[in-house]
Design a protein around this ligand. Structure first.
Ligand code: F6P
Length: 322
């Protein structure tokens, strides 16, 4: 069946670079003679028919912007039978032959359900968590890393001035990739991630005392959101070491901001590839990058895969933070 009309949406937590992906999808499709609809606010837009036909200029001036011009949402209604049926009806009514879903694993589960109901879908990984197993870099991860690094460098300035310990929470409920890589980039004394169990005395207090004995007077402890409790950790650290400590939760500032070069290029490549997949009759695939090559996986298989944590990098981080 020739593909004549496709749609694109962004879903779940937004990520810098999603706009570049949308732009690439729209421009690739139009350039190949395929009509494109934007679906607003994730799957909610499909349920409510909140869609708009795009032209080449609809995606002008968005490549450099964070957030998503299509807006985003997590849609509980889409998880119900009724919501799903409404979404499928919208696709049928509009004559949509394929849908590109830009989001994380929750969004891909939705795409998989749509595929089962006869709507061909392609997923593009957009999440700052970098927790899509088959993909080395998700869209938004590089920008979030750089944003965190910049914020924590600022915390370092003030920690240093006051001989303090800064306990910083970065995003990642179930994934410590952001915490680990940022932790290395900012020279953290300790990095706590959900993938590795930690011992308060051994991993925080002993490390602080050892480095303090060599003259270190200010400290950065990076804590992934999945571990949390930074206020409590800061209080205990102060009690046990006597080093004045402050907790900072970076929060949603990590999700905004202009995408980096890496994220813009990655998103552009992935958006282009996603349309090619649809045009070649493919469905239920997720676009990925492996060793700088854009490729694709079956969504179902991708969702079953477990991303291994880089224990070697974790080891290196701690070996050099003495
Ligand atoms: O998945 C991206 C993410 O930013 C996670 O790191 C974080 O745990 C979650 O989304 C926060 O979600 P929300 O924006 O719904 O609070």
């Amino acid at each position: 069946m020739a593909i004549k009309k496709i749609a694109v949406l962004t879903s779940g937590g937004d990520a810098p670079g999603m706009n570049a992906a949308v732009r690439a999808v729209v421009r690739t499709a139009l350039g190949r003679g395929v009509d494109v609809y934007a679906v607003y606010r994730g799957y909610n837009g499909l349920i409510n028919g909140d869609v708009k036909e795009m032209n080449l200029r609809s995606v002008s001036d968005i490549i450099h912007r964070g957030g998503t011009a299509l807006y985003s949402a997590r849609s509980p209604e889409f998880c119900t039978e009724e919501g799903m049926n409404k979404a499928v009806d919208t696709c049928k009514k509009l004559g949509i032959d394929g849908l590109v879903v830009i989001g994380g694993d929750g969004s891909f589960r939705g795409a998989q359900d749509l595929c089962r109901r006869g709507v061909p879908c392609i997923g593009i990984p957009g999440t700052i968590d970098n927790d899509i197993s088959c993909c080395e870099h998700t869209i938004g991860y590089d920008t979030a890393l750089n944003t965190c690094m910049e914020m924590i460098d600022r915390l370092r300035d003030t920690s240093e001035s006051h001989d303090r310990c800064s306990v910083v929470e970065v995003m990642g409920r179930h994934a410590g990739y952001l915490a680990l890589n940022v932790g290395i980039a900012v020279g953290a004394t300790t990095i706590l991630v959900p993938e590795v169990p930690y011992d308060f005395e051994r991993d925080i207090i002993d490390r602080m005392k050892k480095t303090a004995a060599t003259g270190k007077k200010h400290f950065i402890i990076i804590v992934a959101e999945g571990i949390g409790r930074v206020e409590e950790l800061a209080k205990r650290i102060e009690e046990e070491t006597g080093v004045e400590s402050r907790a900072t939760i970076l929060g949603h500032v990590q999700r905004g901001g202009n995408p980096t070069v890496y994220d813009r290029v990655l998103a552009s490549r992935m958006g282009n590839y996603a349309v090619e997949l649809l045009l070649s009759g493919k469905s239920k695939r997720v676009v990925t990058i492996q060793q700088d090559r854009i490729t694709d996986f079956d969504i179902e298989e991708a969702l079953k895969m477990k991303k291994s944590f880089d224990s070697e990098l974790y080891r290196v981080a701690h070996e050099i933070s003495i």
